[in-house]
Design a protein around this ligand. Sequence first.
Ligand SMILES: [Fe+2]
Ligand SMILES: [Fe+2]
Length: 290
Amino acid sequence: MDDVLSTTTRKQAAPLKELDDWDDFVATRYQPGKSEDQFRNYRADANPTVTEFYRQNHAHQTLDFVLKKKAEYCGLLRGKKSIWEMAEYLNTLGDESDPDTDLSQIEHLLQTSEAIRKDGHPRWFILTGFVHDLGKVLCLYGEPQWAVVGDTFPVGCAYSDQVVFPEFFAANPDSQVPEYQTQYGIYEPHCGLDKVDLSFGHDEYIYQVARNYLPEEGLYMLRYHSFYAAHRHNAYRHLMNEHDEEGFAWVRTFNPYDLYSKGRERPDMKAILPFYQDLVSEFFPDQIDW
Ligand SMILES: [Fe+2]
Ligand SMILES: [Fe+2]
């Protein structure tokens, strides 16, 4: 009986079969060639598990929750590990998936970074692509899917209707707090996103881990790559400052590599590994705080 119960609880906290089902949904949502109107039709692309995932994400990501998770993880007190150890750890996430059809986590990272490399971008940009999803290890720390992936959005101020499934915010306790539901909420006009708390997930965590090692353009890519309402739909400009506007140009440059590199051929790990070993050690010390 206990086993049945815990399986049920686990399924409730993990509606997605795999974490990547969310990434796949976003890629479908923004398939090249789609019109603005078609983007808005995303509900048709969302299967019931993706919809349930967003229902949980929007209901549970409160300002209180975000502050609690930031206090828990952003001090990087979980010990030292190399980038490579973390990449291998993250790879244990997709262990049950089909190795013939599903890409491993490391393969997604390398496909992204290889696409960036082929376009002749600078080394820091390639490296940013390689590490951008390492924050998904939050899932292995025991965080529910809705606290690891999903489109991010500011908390503590009114929700934009440019965030997917805005109707699900009605179930968020913050929607009953009038102070959090004005346009600016707890923030000042154009205060800069650094002062704004976004829903918690893998973007913020990898940003904190990498913040001392990558250039600012790369840090913007890490921190805001899931903030689709802003980088795809121009929402929340009233909270952004000029510096953010410049940073978001980089987030927009990065996004297609994240979304559309999946269909490409599988990376030849053996051939490219030496390049990445050099690249990682150029920017990161052997061991970093996580
Ligand atoms: Fe991501
Ligand atoms: Fe990604």
